[in-house]
Design a protein around this ligand. Structure first.
Ligand SMILES: *Cc1c(COP(=O)(O)O)cnc(C)c1O
Length: 366
């Protein structure tokens, strides 16, 4: 049977290798996964209790509008409740945006090396992705604005960018928006927002409050440590929210996910600890890379993309044999780099020892 033409030949998403699979394949008992930017510290302890409280309701559909979570988030972020849309992960919201706004004959502008789901969802809708190369691993907002034409419906911005971890500033965003026509939707994916420490990082939510072209994506999968639950959200102009509601699956954000997210949101102490630990642990990795003379993209997220100077596939395999799962840059458009999630200190030590062995570096591990 023939799939529709836009689906034919589309790549299948390649997730980070699962822990269980690597254990089986290499006969290892200890494996660490630093491949999918999950929170190495898990999630708030409050989450488990909140799930127990929900156990009587497992047979019931969730409330599609996630009213409790919506109210708490609105309060936490200082944004009106009517500006939120929830999704089965922010991945699903990317799909909903493409579904609602794209069709054949339209175009979408995105960075050449960025989160791959924008490209895939654009193609499925028969729209054309227009890619703009990164400069030093960073979005080239000037070139992206120049790529906008009368066919453009969406510009996808990832800030900090996955897989490079780099960011663009508030001033850069402001200049960019000055050049974008009113009918173009600007999606800013801020999956790593809570990890950012740069002072000139944009307050995109403040922009979005007064600029109906902006849609901001956030998620509970990263610093909140709830990747398995699948819950993320968008903040946008109420008119855009209404269109997304038309294409949203009625029960997309499930009951346990809503409950878990609510509990996690309530524990900002955990979020702050993770943010601080991430910066310290990133320093731990970077000082070793510096000693070895390796280079990396400066990261505002919870991962680092570093240049190994060798084939990334070989380094990836070498680390895998030692029970360490990372992402090979070859699959991401940078053939000599790897992307590693910043782990707990002992995980980072093992990673650095493994990397030293793969690259024949002295392992004077910090
Ligand atoms: C992880 C990630 C997402 C997906 O988040 P989910 O909410 O788990 O679907 C979206 N965008 C970027 C850039 C990511 O890295």
């Amino acid at each position: 049977m023939k799939a529709k033409s836009t689906v034919q030949g589309l790549p299948v998403y390649q997730p980070g290798k699962p822990l269980e699979e690597v254990k089986r394949e290499f006969g290892l008992t200890e494996v660490i996964k630093l491949a999918s930017n999950e929170n190495p510290f898990g999630c708030s302890e409050r989450v488990w209790q909140s799930l127990l409280e929900e156990r009587e309701n497992l047979a019931l559909y969730p409330e599609g509008q996630a009213p409790e979570l919506r109210a708490q988030l609105a309060n936490h972020l200082g944004i009106e409740e009517g500006r939120f849309v929830f999704g089965n992960g922010s991945d699903e919201i990317i799909q909903m945006i493409a579904r609602a706004y794209l069709e054949p004959g339209t175009e979408s502008v995105m960075a050449k090396i960025t989160f791959p789901r924008y490209d895939t969802q654009v193609r499925i809708e028969g729209s054309r992705p227009v890619t703009v190369p990164l400069v030093d691993g960073t979005h080239d907002l000037e070139a992206m604005a120049a790529a906008v034409n009368e066919k453009t419906r969406i510009v996808w911005l990832c800030n900090p960018n996955n897989p490079t971890g780099t960011y663009f500033s508030e001033a850069a965003l402001r200049q960019f928006l000055d050049r974008i026509p009113p009918q173009v939707l600007v999606v800013v994916d801020e999956a790593y927002y809570e990890y950012v420490v740069a002072e000139d990082y944009p307050d995109t939510l403040a922009f979005a409050q007064s600029d109906p072209r902006l849609l901001v994506l956030r998620t509970f999968s990263k610093i909140y440590g709830l990747a398995s639950f699948r819950i993320g959200y968008a903040i946008a102009d109420p008119a855009i929210v209404m269109e997304l509601e038309r294409v949203r699956e009625p029960f997309n954000a499930n009951r346990l996910a809503q409950r878990a997210a609510l509990a996690a949101l309530g524990d900002q102490g955990f979020v702050q600890l993770c943010k601080q630990a991430n910066r310290q642990c990133m320093q731990q990795i970077e000082s070793q890379l510096e000693q070895w003379g390796l280079s990396w993209f400066p990261s505002q997220a919870n991962f680092i993309m570093l240049d190994t100077g060798r084939s990334s596939d070989e380094v990836f395999q070498g680390l895998l044999q030692r029970g360490i799962i990372v992402r090979a840059g070859s699959a991401l458009g940078y053939p000599t780099t790897i992307r590693v999630t910043v782990g707990r200190p002992e995980q980072n030590r093992l990673f650095l020892e493994g990397l030293a062995a793969c690259l024949d570096k002295p392992s004077s591990i910090v």
